[in-house]
Design a protein around this ligand. Sequence first.
Ligand code: IPD
Ligand code: CA
Ligand code: CA
Length: 286
Amino acid sequence: MESKPSIPYVVGSKSPMAVAINSAAKAGEWIKSRVGSVKDLSTKYSPQDLVTDVDKGAETMIRKLILTHFPDHDILGEEGVAPGAEASAAAVTAAKKSEYLWIIDPVDGTTNFVQGFPFFCVSIALAYKGEVIIGVIYDPMRDEMFVAEKGKGAYMHGNPTRVSKEALLADSVIAIGFNPDSEVAAPINLKGITALADRARSLRAGGSAALHLAYVAAGRLSGYYEVNLNAWDTAAGALLVTESGGIVTDTAGNPYDIGVRNLIASNGKIQQQLLDVVSAAGATGL
Ligand code: IPD
Ligand code: CA
Ligand code: CA
């Protein structure tokens, strides 16, 4: 049987991976230059869901860079989708039909960016027929570029990333999120957080889903749980985690795909323990 190439084709002189890295680096550099100078701050779905001129400008920049090289590819970007869980889920369902789909979160961690709290990133993924084959996450404040390619491993500045080794939740530091959907998702997350606080060594809420996943991939965190995420929060990071030896599932233990909104990611060894705690707490969001 003919094997499928993991990078489908090259247009001109640039591979999709090179375009993803270049776009993330360019956007990240510009976002960093705008820390402390946000001109246009508004809210979207809830008072906790912020958007700025920088989110919109960075997405436009990334879209243009990608379409220059791959004009026939589709793009699912956060700022191109109406706010709220329903619109996001519908956009992902429609986008799953694309052959080549780029999934962009121009600024993941907008609240942090607005505050000047240096924990935010650019997240860019490429899916082929619904399966993520490239994931790039760039943290411009630390100049850390995390990259993964399906079947070829994950790297940060040329060094392979590996998940942590903890076998017990009790020895693990777990990331959690304070989701901007304060009515439905936040109470579920809080139930999960309360249960995990009792069982894990410690919890961290950095405020960037994508960077949490990059940190799980790099072994800096052992796991991450959050209910009500979007494809642009998770697509690149999920590939980083699995290519670094970890596991990513929904909160019922089903394998990750870009439609998963309720997520548990870990080093693999503590995945079942996380699933059990979240399920026993009635905090799966399913
Ligand atoms: C948010 C961040 C945050 C997570 C939220 C996301 P945004 O993305 O990743 O950590 O808790 O669920 O919506 O709005 O900063 O791109
Ligand atoms: Ca996000
Ligand atoms: Ca965002």
